[in-house]
Design a protein around this ligand. Structure first.
Ligand code: KG4
Ligand code: ZN
Length: 390
């Protein structure tokens, strides 16, 4: 089964093509193409993702990225197209993205139908203007080639991103057997939640953030410390140089609240007040002092994440832990969980490979495959949903 996956929920334009087979009781994915085009540099000057800029960038990137993906998968053959939709039909689907239609039409017209069996696309959560571009593009391809299309949940994609066991050159992977129940900690720019999974595709939300997401807090702290956007990797980089410092102490919000809720907005504000106080006390915000603050912020964040997640593992007798989402790239968080799980729990920690922590379409392809196998029906008429829940 060949699947084309499209992801445009935030500031990455991503397309993957995978070929999936059941082999010896395992599901094997061959990665025929995997492209992630990041717009982060373009958004950096605004210090955050601008929805309308993201939308424009997706619209101008999608066709070249598709072309590159089809070439990579050796599926781009010049020849007589036999399209299942008229130019006018496709123009109507891409009514709000005329420039996207203008790029896509020649590609459709000049090439034969690729050997794709299913198309899957992120339908939410995310930025709606960005999601719509990917959805309309997917709808146009599905109509032009008469290929079934499925909306996929971005956060379910992140869950699946933790599973692949790759071969050496990353051209294929298998999905290992996992035991249930398992706990998933989803930490990204828009989400922070602990989810109990009693089976595949069954999600019980145990708790989530009441305000900012973990990644959002990293990005805001980066801004306070004068670091570029997206700030998570920069905070983590300077934190590595940080030293324990008695003048640099931050709260652990909701550490002892007894539930699975988080709050990161107060932590970010505490960083702001701390820098103001240090300056008022006559301390210059040197690189070392910034590193100490970054370290303390990372320690505070890691402590609340670990305490609550481990409690969920104990309470539900979980057999594995998945950590996924952009913040799962954070080294301290990865290492802290790995140590604790190995020492005290003896259950596997499933983490995405570093290149799959951020937004990508491979995770959408994997989630899409399992959705299709579980009987999800194709849809032609669905909408972007910025707040789609698991
Ligand atoms: O999953 P993702 O790529 O996009 C969303 O769906 O939100 O997550 C992006 C978030 C950003 O806030 C970014 O700063 C954060 O993940 N991030 C990190 C690290 N790498 C990315 N946060 C902490 N440490 C990192 N190494
Ligand atoms: Zn994401």
């Amino acid at each position: 089964m060949n699947i084309l996956a499209i992801e445009t929920s935030c500031d990455e334009t991503a397309i993957s093509i995978v070929s999936v087979a059941e082999e010896g009781g395992q599901t094997k994915f061959d990665v025929l193409a995997h492209i992630v085009l990041s717009q982060a540099q373009k958004h950096a000057e605004y210090g955050g993702v601008f929805p309308n800029l993201a939308k424009r960038e997706h619209a101008s990137n999608l066709t070249p990225v598709l072309q590159q993906a089809l070439e990579g998968a050796q599926m781009l053959e010049t020849g007589q197209a036999s399209l299942f939709a008229t130019k006018e039909d496709l123009q109507a689907i891409l009514e709000r993205e005329p420039e996207l239609f203008d790029q896509l039409w020649p590609l459709l017209e000049q090439h034969t139908k690729p050997a794709i069996d299913h198309i899957v696309v992120t339908a939410g959560p995310g930025l709606e203007p960005a999601l719509w571009v990917g959805i309309n593009f997917a709808k146009a391809l599905a109509a032009a080639w008469e290929i079934p299309l499925y909306p996929i949940n971005h956060m379910e994609g992140h869950v699946y991103s933790a599973l692949p066991e790759f071969n050496d050159d990353h051209t294929s992977f298998v999905i290992p057997k996992v035991e249930f129940p398992l706990v998933s900690l989803l930490i990204s720019g828009g989400h922070t939640e602990i989810v109990l999974m009693k089976d595949w595709m069954h999600y019980d939300l145990l708790g989530k953030t009441k305000d900012d997401a973990t990644g959002e807090a990293f990005d805001k702290v980066a801004r306070i410390l004068g670091l570029p956007y997206p700030g998570g990797p920069y905070v983590s980089k300077i934190a590595a140089q940080g030293q324990p410092n008695d003048n640099v102490k931050l709260p652990r919000p909701m550490l002892n609240s007894g539930d699975y809720s988080f709050s990161f907005s107060g932590l970010k504000t505490a960083v702001l007040y701390l820098t103001k106080k240090l300056e008022a006390d006559g301390q210059e915000l040197t690189d070392q002092l910034k590193a100490d603050i970054a370290l303390e912020f990372e320690l505070a964040t890691t402590e609340v994440l670990t305490k609550k997640t481990l409690k969920a593992i104990e309470q539900h007798n979980a057999k594995a832990l998945i950590i996924a989402g952009g913040v799962a790239a954070n080294r301290r968080i990865r290492e802290t969980f790995a140590e604790k799980l190995e020492a005290d729990y003896g259950i596997p920690l499933l983490l995405p490979k570093m290149h799959l922590t951020g937004d990508n379409s491979l995770m959408i392809a994997i989630a899409g495959y399992f959705r299709i196998m579980s009987g999800q029906q194709p849809e032609t008429d669905f909408r972007a949903n910025g707040n789609l829940e698991l």
